[in-house]
Design a protein around this ligand. Sequence first.
Ligand code: NAD
Length: 436
Amino acid sequence: MSAPTVTRLVYGRGDFDARLDQLLAWETVSDTSVNQVVDGVLADVRRRGDAAVVEYTNRFDRLSTADMAELEMGPERLQQALDGLSDEQRQALETAAQRVRSYHEHQLQQSWQYTEADGTMLGQQVTPMDRVGIYVPGGKASYPSSVLMNAIPAKVAGVSEIIMVVPTPDGEINELVMAAACLAGVDRVFCVGGAQAVAALAYGTETVPRVDKIVGPGNIYVATAKRAVFGLVGIDMIAGPSEILVVCDGQTDPDWVAMDLFSQAEHDEDAQSILICPDAAYLDAVSASIAKLLPTMERREIITKSLNDRAALIEVADLDQAVELVNRIAPEHLELSVEDPDALLPKIRHAGAIFMGRYTAEALGDYCAGPNHVLPTSGTARFSSPLGVYDFQKRSSLIRFSADGASELGQTASVLARGEGLTAHARSAEYRIKPE
Ligand code: NAD
């Protein structure tokens, strides 16, 4: 296999802006044929419930299931998966789960209130969601880490019931995924994927309970279905393909950086890996490492396509220019592979997760560092944040007036209500105003 031809750019030179925009362009949910398939599946599951879910699962995942009950993994089966792990796997899963839990416990929001001089109390009550659905992808690969990253924050938030869906193409059950569900405290697991799984969670069927929010990454069918049911249920985000942006000062071993770029490229042909560095010779060295290491990679075909189509090696004048580009790209994963990452940190405004220093490989963040690996992609870090406990908590405003408070503030409300021509509002406030 020939070495990938990674796009080489120099900041500001030639048609740099246009070429960068072209590389970054990614329409998450744009395919009309996918839309049509997904709309059909959603409508059918809504109408026919379990029967439709079973039919689509048999068709898309090549199964021959008779009914929904066969697609549910009971608690004993989950426990069996956990008990069946090797000691090494069990310990790794437990270490990851414990670190993810500890990190997310810091995110728990508390209720609060305060009282004004006239006895008026105002505040905010935080409550967990009742029931959430987590989508764990399973089409081309299995992701036990995604089980932990989605289920543990929900558990920490205090969600009462967690329903997990995961496709099992050709009936292949991933024991680590089931073990992770057991360890994370998932309540029910259905071996269903794609749009039919999202539909079952959003509308409910005879067997699958309807949830309040659906979280978790997935392919274009899953993303399109989540977008379609948003409003009826909450969703976390529409996730695009994985991305990594490495900013390097040219002092990190080029093999390390090449492998960090591969670590995202191997997820998906559409994944994006970008390296920015002020040293042209270092970019050459990383190119050489890419050519040398690629033949050793199991997923080299996926990596090659991803690097050819969506990767870039960008030369900049200095690290300030690199930071400017970071903020423009707003990457999902940002590695600051430099001597002094603290010096750059205050200038970084948009990034899903920031990995600081040469020893901080993004791959550790995918599994066990502790922070969530479900992150905003495709530039959406400009306005959104990693999945967290706060995604599973809601806030209710609290308001209690004393007689004095109601009388005092009633005047203000009355004036504003009459200005809007809303008489009932005005009179409702005025009833509570004390006579002079
Ligand atoms: P998936 O579970 O998302 O999709 C598999 C399902 O897609 C199948 O069960 C089937 O129902 C449906 N499907 C496939 N072809 C179809 C067709 N022609 N018509 C209708 N439905 C069809 O698994 P996947 O495909 O492996 O995709 C997983 C995605 O999630 C990848 O893009 C991966 O990069 C991403 N991912 C992201 C993260 C993250 O944290 N951001 C983590 C893990 C995975």
